[in-house]
Structure formats: C-alpha cells, structure tokens
Design a protein around this ligand. Structure first.
Ligand SMILES: Nc1ncnc2c1ncn2[C@@H]1O[C@H](COP(=O)(O)OP(=O)(O)OP(=O)(O)O)[C@@H](O)[C@H]1O
Ligand SMILES: Nc1nc2c(ncn2[C@@H]2O[C@H](COP(=O)(O)O)[C@@H](O)[C@H]2O)c(=O)[nH]1
Length: 309
C-alpha cells in the first residue's frame, strides 16, 4: 500500500483561524453576558460585531473544532444537542442559539479551568521534605512555597526570609495574637513553627498553587480551616534509610536525633490520614508527584475515614 502523504499545512492560515476562533469564543460569551440582562434586551439586540468581522463569518463548526480535545465527531454531536445547523456561521445565529452556545462555552471553560491548590507536605524527620521543597522552589517557579516562622536558631547556610523567618518568642507570640498564622505548633517538643497566612491568601488569590512544608500537627490544623487543601505524606523507602538520612545530615546531636526519631514513629503511624502518599526515593520524582497534584483539574477524592481530627 502506498503511504498517504498528509496535505501541506498552511501555518499562517491556521494561526489566523485560531485567532478568529479565540475572538469568536470571547465575543459569544461577552455577547451573551450583555444580552442576559433583560429579556427585552435579548430580543432587541443584534450581533455585537460587524457581520463581516472574522469572528462573525466563522462557522460554529470551526469554532467548536478549535477547542482543544474536541474532534469533528464530537462537534457534530454537540451541534445536534445545541440545535445548531452544520452550515451556521457565528454571525448568523439567532438570539436563542447564541445564548445556548454562550452557556455551553462558559460551562466548558469552567470545567477545564485548573484551580489553584494548597498542598501540604508532611512526613517524618529527615525523610526529605526540605530537600523536595527546595527542588520544587528551584524547578517549578510557578509554585508559591510558604516560608514559615520559627523560634529555632538558623543552621549554617540558612537565610532569614528564604528558609525561615527566624523570630524570637515574643515575636512569635505577637504573630499568634494578631492572628497572622494559619497554623502553628511546637515541633519535636522544642521550637515553635508557624505558617504566615497573608502571603498564602495573596498567592491563592492570584491563582498560584501553594506548598506548605509543615509537621503533622500543622497539617491537622490546615485541614480544619481549609478542608480543600490536599495533604501529602512523604515516606522514606525504609525506616533504615530514614535513620541513615537523619544521621547523615549531621545537623542534630544524638539526643536530638533520638527525640526526632520518637516523633517520626508517631507521624508514620498517622500516614493513612493523608490524601496522598509519596515515597521519596528520587528527589526529582517525588517533587514531580507533588507538583502534579497541583495541576490536576479536580481534587483527588478523599478516602473515607481519612479526615484528620
Ligand atoms: N531522595 C533522597 N535520597 C537520598 N538522600 C536524600 C533524599 N532526600 C533527602 N535526602 C537527604 O536526607 C537528609 C534529610 O533531608 P531533609 O533535611 O530535606 O529532611 P526533612 O524531612 O526536611 O527533615 P526535618 O523534618 O528534620 O527538617 C538530607 O541530608 C538530604 O540531603
Ligand atoms: N507546624 C509547622 N511545622 C513546621 C513549619 N515549618 C516547618 N515545620 C516542621 O518542623 C520540623 C522541623 O523542621 P527543621 O527545619 O527544624 O528541621 C519539620 O518537620 C518541618 O516540616 C510550620 O510552619 N508549621
């Protein structure tokens, strides 16, 4: 059988058609929003653009085909459902058909829109929460990584305002008093840590996804005030590897390591309360799994009985 050669692609024409389709979609929606105000206006209104404008001369079929994920077969079915003849041009639609098409386009757009997400990353000490978060900060600039306040002293290399806001007890008390913290907790029975709320609200308002790297107590508090947050539990490949990472990091003395490992056992026992578990074998892969949770169009369904108390 001879191989079929695809027809040459006219890129300029395709780009022009795409622009016309985008303008047509916007015009139909704007048109409908304007016309919905009163029935009288709907009855009296004409097409918003000149009849010869590119968006008005475009066929409805072409407009629908320009939407990603909609092929010719689906277009035919949709047009049948909407009661629009195959030959209709956008500018030739009656008022009722324009309303129907505008509603359909708006619903379609709302369904496909990716919502900004608040993802909470928790897990036992030294599992790699900080390492995975740093990887996300450096490789996924669209994600807003929350900077916590803490009363612990900075470690060598840690920068105020980047890794933490290093504050004293009085300042931490003030932040609690002024309700500046989304959540806070004393971690490993030692220092206090908390999530400043205003930057999170601002990022979510701008449509950015937000990542919090906090402990189990904090995760529980976030769940209580923001039930839509996605809670991720980071797991080590094995317990032995966790101990190896903690000791290998070399930032805690033996007593502090023991204290952290005791907390780790309690935290590991709570892993089933989380929405998603990610094993941190490879940092880049774990980071990708976490970021993927922020770009899904709908929240993952929460297993029954998984809600944190
Ligand atoms: N996937 C990995 N493979 C090997 N080593 C890792 C991996 N992820 C992190 N590490 C190492 O494990 C150690 C602990 O990592 P990190 O400090 O990020 O843990 P953490 O969960 O933030 O700890 P903590 O809760 O105590 O602050 C670090 O030395 C880090 O380099
Ligand atoms: N509840 C909160 N826990 C937090 C916050 N920021 C960090 N943490 C957790 O603290 C421990 C210890 O961190 P380290 O930097 O001293 O090793 C770790 O589990 C973090 O996840 C916070 O704002 N709230």
């Amino acid at each position: 059988m001879p191989r079929m050669t695809p027809p040459p692609v006219d890129r300029a024409a395709a780009a022009k058609a795409a622009v016309a389709a985008r303008r047509a979609r916007a015009t139909v929606k704007r048109d409908v929003a304007e016309r919905r105000r009163t029935a009288l206006e709907v009855a009296e209104a004409g097409w918003a653009s000149e009849p010869t404008a590119p968006e008005a001369t475009l066929r409805v079929r072409e407009l629908l085909t320009s939407i990603p994920g909609i092929g010719p077969t689906r277009v035919a079915r949709i047009m049948e459902q909407l009661g629009i003849a195959d030959s209709k041009r956008v500018g030739g639609l009656g008022v009722r058909q324009r309303v129907i098409l505008g509603d359909w386009l708006s619903q379609r757009e709302a369904r496909g829109r990716v919502k900004s997400r608040l993802v909470v990353l928790a897990g036992p000490t030294a599992v790699g929460k900080g390492t995975v978060s740093t990887f996300i900060r450096e490789n996924y600039p669209d994600v807003h990584l929350s900077v916590s306040a803490t009363t612990r002293k900075p470690r060598p290399g840690e920068v105020d305002g980047v890794h933490y806001y290093f504050v004293d007890d009085d300042e931490f008390d003030r932040m609690i008093r002024d309700r500046e913290l989304l959540e806070y907790a004393t971690v490993h029975n030692q220092s206090r840590y908390g999530t400043p709320r205003p930057p999170i609200d601002a990022a979510l308002d701008k449509g950015r996804s937000v990542l919090l790297e906090i402990d189990l107590q904090g995760a529980r508090q976030v769940r209580a005030v923001m039930p839509e947050a996605v809670l991720v539990f980071l797991l080590p490949p094995t317990w032995e590897e966790l101990v190896r990472r903690l000791i290998g990091r070399g930032t805690e003395d033996t007593a502090e390591q023991q204290r952290r490992l005791e907390t780790a056992k309690v935290e590991l026992a709570a892993q089933d309360e989380f929405d998603v578990k990610v094993v941190n074998t490879e940092v880049s892969e774990a980071a990708r799994e976490v970021v993927d949770l922020m770009t899904l169009p709908a929240a993952p369904s929460r297993p029954s009985g998984s809600r944190l108390q």
